[in-house]
Write a protein that binds this ligand. Structure first.
Ligand SMILES: Nc1ncnc2c1ncn2[C@@H]1O[C@H](COP(=O)(O)OP(=O)(O)OP(=O)(O)O)[C@@H](O)[C@H]1O
Ligand SMILES: [Mg+2]
Length: 422
């Protein structure tokens, strides 16, 4: 990795806009190797957002402002009250897609330089930019020199021709513009965009998982998103527009009760798999419109489980088929890490293990130190990961790549032209 994007002492901030909550983490860069200290936290129930999409600009803007202000207030001692100027923002994987490409550049017998790699990446970017997409990530995932496979570090190696496998994540422009306009009306600039499941993976995977192949499944309120890591890199993203809110809606409908009561029942008594005592355990269901009723209905817990399980099974079945369609096969790894608020439903790990036929563990942000309990759970994986992205992987930002491809002096440019064209 080249220079540090943010120097020691600078302040960075993550804004995670989700279907159910908006979270803002402010951090300060502690040293020259990218360690950070969390200095401000704010979170707020989402408004004006459905399945990761802004559906009401004013409501969404209001909720963003509240989350940001809470984080700013907490950080005020360190920031001396200066308002936040810039944020790193998540892009829901429902509004983006992955594209894999192979790009070749001539190196004509000299050693591969950083600039050669960037030329290949810039060439890949040139091919996909258009009016309807915004580039979010440009990630080199594998290199070949003169056809030789398996090169992890091409810099300094001699050869004639360098091939780079490039994974690009591209966002759909319209939903991104709506999101950007809410953020800009809150007087904030977007410094970087990062795919939500990618951020979640950066926060909750350990090095070996990223290296050997691992699939992250972030189950949020309105979306379940997927990120596949291999050889430390993000190689694939995808999403299904189904999440915990769908489970809650199913319960409300199935038991004819309010969304509020359904959410409470889900969190207190819900489970994705049946247990022996479910028939005997009775739970109170306040009838719709009679929340204060002194005579709630009683239903066995097994009935609640019979509503929850099919929705989770369907979601896992969809995740499984997306992974099959991706064509990644064994590269996607034998391991799955489940995270996101909705991953907390008991029995989910066992059920997904069965459906995905992989080893499954639950994940939460483990790499950000000093997270208070209230934000250390799986719902905040993506929020924490946005900070890791901008400190550790800033060289995957498309604008960075474009800005640093050096054409240099006229003489260097002429050589570059020769390399490209001969
Ligand atoms: N203890 C719990 N058991 C089961 N589900 C829970 C629990 N706590 C939270 N949830 C569910 O988690 C979901 C919210 O998760 P999260 O905060 O990750 O979503 P989000 O980031 O706002 O949404 P998205 O990423 O889909 O846009 C809600 O549907 C909520 O019901
Ligand atoms: Mg989320």
């Amino acid at each position: 990795m080249s220079k540090q994007f943010h120097p020691k002492g600078s302040v960075i901030a993550a804004l995670d806009i989700g279907s159910t909550k908006i979270a803002c983490f402010i951090a300060r860069i502690r040293d020259d190797i990218g360690n950070i200290d969390l200095i401000g936290i704010g979170h707020q129930a989402s408004q004006g957002i459905k399945s990761g999409t802004v559906v009401d600009l004013d409501l969404a803007e209001g909720a963003i402002k509240q989350a940001v202000h809470a984080a700013e207030n907490m950080a005020a001692d360190v920031t001396k009250g200066y308002p936040l100027r810039e944020v790193i923002v998540n892009v829901p994987a429902t509004h983006s897609h992955s594209r894999l490409m192979n790009m070749g550049v001539q190196i004509l017998g000299s050693a591969v330089t950083e600039n050669d790699i960037r030329r290949a990446l810039a060439k890949a970017q040139d091919q996909v930019v258009g009016n309807d997409v915004e580039l979010i990530h440009t990630i080199p995932t594998a290199y070949r020199i003169d056809g030789h496979e398996g090169i992890k570090e091409p810099r300094g190696l001699y050869g004639q021709h360098l091939d780079v496998d490039v994974h690009m994540v591209m966002g759909n422009i319209a939903p991104l513009r709506n999101m950007a306009s809410c953020i800009q009306s809150s007087h904030l600039d977007i410094t970087a965009l990062c795919s939500t499941p990618y951020a979640a993976g950066l926060a909750c995977l350990v090095e070996d998982e990223m290296d050997m192949g691992c699939t992250v499944v972030d189950m949020g309120g309105g979306t379940t998103s997927i990120a596949v890591f291999y050889g430390r890199e993000l190689i694939y993203t995808d999403a299904i527009p189904v999440g915990g809110q769908h489970v809650t809606n199913d319960i409300a409908r199935g038991l004819t009760t309010s969304i509020h009561a359904a959410e409470r029942m889900k969190t207190l008594y819900g489970s994705a798999i049946a247990t022996a005592t479910d028939e005997k355990d009775l739970i109170d269901v306040p009838p719709l419109g009679e929340e204060d009723s002194l005579s709630p209905n009683h239903v066995p817990r097994s009935y609640l489980v019979s509503i929850i399980a099919p929705r989770i099974e369907e979601t896992m079945e969809l995740v499984r088929s997306r992974l099959i369609d991706s064509g990644l096969g064994p590269i996607a790894g034998r391991r799955v890490v489940l995270t996101g608020g909705a991953s907390q439903i008991p029995g989910l790990r066992e059920l997904s293990q069965k459906y995905l036929e992989k080893q499954v563990r639950l994940g939460r942000p483990i790499r950000l130190q000093g997270l208070p309990d209230a934000v250390s759970g799986p719902a905040f994986s993506a929020t924490a990961g946005l900070l890791h992205y901008v400190t550790e992987r800033f060289n995957e930002m498309p604008a960075e790549i474009m800005a640093t491809v050096e054409a240099g002096t006229i003489w260097q440019r002429a050589k570059l032209w020769l390399r490209e064209n001969w």
